[in-house]
Structure formats: structure tokens, C-alpha cells
Write a protein that binds this ligand. Structure first.
Ligand code: FE2
Length: 426
């Protein structure tokens, strides 16, 4: 199918353009009104709507989605009650159960404009049910929404029976990325050893690394420094990601400064998960309650690649969400003090180009000669897309329309007079 998309507003520009698409390739970008429709093209007037590259979800737990309330509610909302509830729910896990829930949320992600996903799969299970369910969905949806699966030891590598064997088995059976959880191991020494085990395994399978690292308010949790050191010593720059790293928010400034220097030197990718961590951290504080998130602004200032993850969708740890990265970006605008004039549009980079770099997926952007994979927001700017968490008007991959959302219409009637309201500044 060929297309002409008229009056599209590209990221970081102010003048609309026409986009031509032939056989799945973006063939021309012309000033608005100057584009020529390719043969047999469908012509769509975007009326100045924002067009971006596909969104990328760098951190989600698809094996746990849609389990909120099962087998019981997390009454406190805390991380530890969440882990206890999941420990009960996981007993009834089946491969089909994982397939059905993860497939449904991936459909939601497609409608939100997401085309690349990295999901953790809990491998603390002798049958590897979560992994096998996600592998089945990965194959089913290949080419529509691409899935990377992380072998994730939710209960620890050394604190769980045959933890190292299950991690290796997960990689043999088809996991793409090696995960870890050093701050959850039984001792600090086990934590350090677990990071080294993860790096050894990744080198053995020539894979990337994505570790849940220092997801705690304990300022003595300092395993990111081990990750940076191993990355530097082994020459694995670009292949390693540290997720959550909330303890960084509690480190003293001298230590944090030295650590960020080494993170930059190692070329670590950093993923912050503002939705889950805004409700899970600070639970032991009486007041003032710490925000409990990583040092996003300092990392960005140092030139580190930082991306935003959603983490959970309706599971024992986070009962809300529908997989839309824009909700997580909206949260970070507040929770991370990223409301500055240039920071707001940059939040969209943190859910598209930055996570693409972390995942090592092609991020061609919206450019001539690239694939016609793009997202149209029902908004006239990045700021308005964030402000109203705008629906995705159109989602396209390789020239195929995957999703359309009709804009909502609100009609106000006051004293017998009606008018439409779209919450946009006139
Ligand atoms: Fe996570």
C-alpha cells in the first residue's frame, strides 16, 4: 500500500511537511502542499499532527501483566507484599496463561505506537513457563512488534535452588538478554558474584545484559559500580543496561558524581521506571519521604543514554497502566523535575530513540530512504502530546497501517448553546 501523509509535523520542527510512502519505504519529505501522491496512494491529511519514529518499550514484565488481584490483592501496595502475592500467583502459571496475557498487552502496546519491546521473564522456575510463553508470543508477533526476552532471576541467582543452571538453560532455550538482581542476593558478596556470573554468561552466548540493579532505597546497594567496572574491563560498551537504579537517588553527592563518571566511561544504558518506582520506593520513610528514583538529570547532563520504561501493567506491584510509554514519560515530567522547556519534548526521545539505542534496534527515524514505520499523535506538538497523553491517531509499520484511533469528541452545552472542547489552546 502506498501513502501520502499531508501536513505532518516532525519532531523538533515547526513547519508541516508531506510524507510519501511507496512499498513500505519512506520515499520523500516535501514542504506541505508540495508532495506528489505516489501511484494508487491513500491520501491522509494529518492536519499538523505530530509524527515520530516508533516508540520503544525497554523495560516491562510481560509474564506478570494483568494478574492484579490474583490470587489476592496487594493490600499495602508495597514491593514486598507484591513479591509475596506473585509467589502465590506463579504457582498457577501456565504457558498458555502467559501467552494470552502478554499477547493482549502487546496489542495495547501496538495501538500506543510501540514496535520494539524488551521484557523480563522470571526464570526462577524449573519449568521456565514464563520464558516459554514469551518465546511463543515473540515468534507469533515477529515483524509486527519485536520482542527481546531477558532471563530474569526474580528470586536471585545464588539465593534460588539451581539459579545458575536455570539462567544458562534459559539462554539455551532462547532468551535474548541476560538479567540479574544483585541487590536481592543473600549477601553483598553474592551480589558481586552474580554480576560477574551475568557478564560471563553474556559473553558465552554473545548477548546483551540488562540487570535490575539497586532497586532499593538502601544507599549501601552499590552494584552499578560493579556493572560499570565489568563493562570497562571486558570491553562490552554499548551492550550493557542498568535498570531501575533507584538507590542512586539516596547516594551522597561525592559518590554519585564518581559513579556517574564511570557509568559514562562504561557507556552503560540506564533505564528509569517512574510509574512503579513512584509507588514502591520510600515505603520505609516516615517523613520526608524520598522520591526513590535514579539521577536522571545528572546522567543526561553527563551524556549518558537514559530511557524510560513502563515496568508493570496491572500486576501485584503496579495496579494501573495500559502499556503506554507516554504515561511513564508524563510521570517523569513531574517526578523527575523534567518540566523545563527543552526537557518536555526530550521526554519523547526517552521513549523512542534512546531506548532504541539501549536495545540495539534500528532507529532510522522518520527519514527518506528509511522504513515507513511511524507514529502519528493526535496532538499539534510534543508538549501537547504529553500534556493530554494524546491517543495515537495512526500507527504504521513498513507502510502498513497497524492501528487507527478516532479522536474523542467532547461537546459542551451551556444555557442551550453547544460548542466542542478539545482542551487545546485556541
Ligand atoms: Fe523491573
Amino acid at each position: 500500500m502506498n501513502h501520502l501523509l499531508r501536513n505532518a509535523l516532525l519532531m523538533n520542527t515547526t513547519t508541516p511537511v508531506d510524507i510519501s510512502i511507496v512499498d513500505g519505504v519512506l520515499t520523500a519529505i516535501d514542504p506541505a502542499g508540495k508532495g506528489t501522491a505516489p501511484a494508487d496512494a491513500t491520501i491522509t491529511d494529518l492536519e499538523g499532527r505530530l509524527v515520530t519514529p516508533p516508540l520503544v518499550e525497554p523495560h516491562i514484565h510481560l509474564d506478570a501483566v494483568l494478574t492484579v488481584g490474583q490470587p489476592r490483592a496487594n493490600e499495602s501496595g508495597s514491593l514486598f507484599e507484591g513479591i509475596a502475592v506473585w509467589g502465590e500467583r506463579v504457582k498457577s502459571l501456565t504457558v498458555d496463561d502467559v501467552i494470552e496475557r502478554s499477547r493482549e498487552v502487546m496489542m495495547w502496546q501496538i495501538a500506543c505506537g510501540v514496535q520494539h519491546v524488551r521484557s523480563h521473564a522470571d526464570v526462577c522456575d524449573p519449568e521456565l513457563r514464563a520464558l516459554n510463553g514469551l518465546i511463543a508470543v515473540r515468534e507469533e508477533l515477529k515483524g509486527i512488534i519485536d520482542l527481546q526476552i531477558v532471563a530474569f532471576p526474580q528470586q536471585g541467582i545464588y539465593g534460588f535452588e539451581n539459579g545458575t543452571g536455570l539462567m544458562r538453560q534459559a539462554m539455551v532455550e532462547g532468551a535474548d538478554v541476560v538479567g540479574g538482581i544483585p541487590h536481592f542476593e543473600l549477601t553483598r558478596e553474592d551480589g558481586v558474584n552474580s554480576v560477574q556470573f551475568v557478564f560471563d554468561l553474556a559473553q558465552e552466548f554473545d548477548s546483551m545484559i540488562d540487570i535490575h540493579c539497586d532497586e532499593t532505597d538502601d544507599d549501601h546497594a552499590r552494584f552499578v559500580e560493579v556493572m560499570a567496572a565489568e563493562t570497562i574491563k571486558r570491553g562490552m560498551t554499548g551492550k550493557v543496561t542498568a535498570s531501575h537504579t533507584t538507590a542512586m537517588g539516596s547516594y551522597n553527592a561525592a559518590y554519585a558524581g564518581r559513579l556517574i563518571t564511570n557509568i559514562k566511561r562504561a557507556g552503560l544504558n540506564m533505564i528509569t521506571n517512574p510509574l512503579d518506582n513512584s509507588v514502591l520506593q520510600g515505603r520505609f520513610d516516615i517523613g520526608p519521604i524520598r522520591r526513590g528514583h535514579t539521577r536522571v538529570k545528572e546522567l543526561l547532563k553527563a551524556g549518558v543514554n537514559v530511557a524510560i520504561g513502563h515496568d508493570s501493567v496491572m500486576d501485584p506491584w503496579y495496579p494501573l497502566g495500559y502499556g503506554d510509554p507516554l504515561q511513564a514519560a508524563f510521570m517523569l515530567a513531574h517526578y523527575g523535575h523534567m518540566s523545563g522547556a527543552t526537557e518536555l519534548p526530550y521526554l519523547l526521545e526517552m521513549i523512542s530513540t534512546n531506548p532504541a539505542k539501549a536495545l540495539g534496534v534500528d532507529s532510522a527515524g522518520v527519514r527518506v530512504g528509511g522504513p515507513a514505520s511511524l507514529v502519528v499523535f493526535d496532538a499539534p506538538s510534543a508538549e501537547d502530546a504529553l500534556r493530554r497523553i494524546s491517543p495515537r491517531y495512526l500507527v504504521m509499520r513498513d507502510g502498513e497501517v497497524l492501528s487507527r484511533t478516532a479522536p474523542a469528541q467532547t461537546t459542551l452545552t451551556i444555557n442551550g448553546t453547544s460548542r466542542d472542547v478539545n482542551f487545546l489552546r485556541p
